[in-house]
Design a protein around this ligand. Structure first.
Ligand SMILES: [Zn+2]
Length: 136
């Protein structure tokens, strides 16, 4: 980030406003964008006091930002696990069905197919439980 001679950060400098806005040392140093199109970055409006050297607001504290990203990843993976294990249950159920209607299946094959269904359903239930915990 560009800085003034006295070491203050400069926000939102562009051709139409080459000097931009000088850092307000009471506010969070994060550069944020408004929602409007072609928005110019500006300094976060919140008070600083969080993160390393207390330069960030609570929301932009880099550790919090990192933890939030890790939470999102974990939740995404948990949601995928629910989807995948559910599909495994259907596959296993189909196999059981085929073992019942298809001629020539040995009893042992049918037992294995049912065992697979029960295991798949257990994994599905655990995946749902895990996701529920992550969602709080
Ligand atoms: Zn902030």
């Amino acid at each position: 980030m560009e800085k003034t001679k006295d070491g203050l950060r400069i926000y939102g400098s562009w051709a139409g406003n080459p000097t931009g806005h000088k850092e307000d040392v009471t506010r969070c140093i994060e550069s944020v964008y408004g929602n409007e199109r072609g928005a110019i970055p500006h300094q976060c409006d919140r008070k600083r006091g969080h993160g390393e050297d207390g330069l960030y607001c609570k929301q932009h504290d880099p550790n919090k930002v990192k933890a939030a990203a890790a939470d999102r990843t974990a939740r995404y993976e948990a949601e995928n696990a629910v989807t995948n294990t559910k599909s495994d249950v259907w596959d296993a159920a189909e196999e059981v069905f085929r073992s019942q209607v298809g001629a020539g299946w040995e009893l042992e094959q049918q037992r294995r197919a049912i065992g697979k269904l029960v295991a798949a359903y257990g994994a599905f239930e655990r995946a749902k439980e895990h996701l529920k915990k992550l969602r709080g």
